[in-house]
Design a protein around this ligand. Sequence first.
Ligand code: 5GP
Length: 191
Amino acid sequence: MSKGLLIVLSGPSGVGKGTVCTALRKKMPNLIYSVSATTRQPRMGEEEGVNYFYKSREQFLDMIEHNQLLEYAEYVGNYYGTPRDFVEQTINEGKDIILEIEVQGALQVKKSFPQGVFIFLLPPSLDELKDRIKGRGTENETIIDHRMSVAEEEINMIEYYDYAVVNDEIEHACRRIDAIITAEHCKISKE
Ligand code: 5GP
């Protein structure tokens, strides 16, 4: 049995990764989602084990120490990381898994899984990005500014990715991601 694809989806805060993933879930029900661990507080409406596994700093450091994370990064004052076992188990079962993670983490995954599929989601423009972060209404002005400067740095890392998808409309972005995954399945292995 061939292994499943490990798909990494990155993109700046506010670009709509969460919304695109929700839409992809409906469109591609066989795609599995990796649930990350984080030390950030849950936002309104988020659920333990669905959006994230919420951890204390001590618990997170313990996971790092016991090599339980495939990758991790500190992002705007909090830790985020991907539990390793679930990802490895899923691809070994021949199922595709998608990791919605930021750039530093994606680069770590690329080292251990160079055969992964790395997709970068872009906003139509930086102005539009700022409007989207503000519109979410969950962050204060200082955090918005911090997220915007991180966003610009992240966009500069696009060269490390295999594909760029502009999130102009959710449906269009999903269709492109679906097409990328289909193409990757048709690819002739060079190994
Ligand atoms: P948010 O706080 O908006 O949920 O997430 C902040 C950033 O952390 C987003 O860019 C998101 O993709 C990223 N992120 C979420 N989970 C992980 C993870 O497990 N590892 C890494 N490296 N980044 C993550």
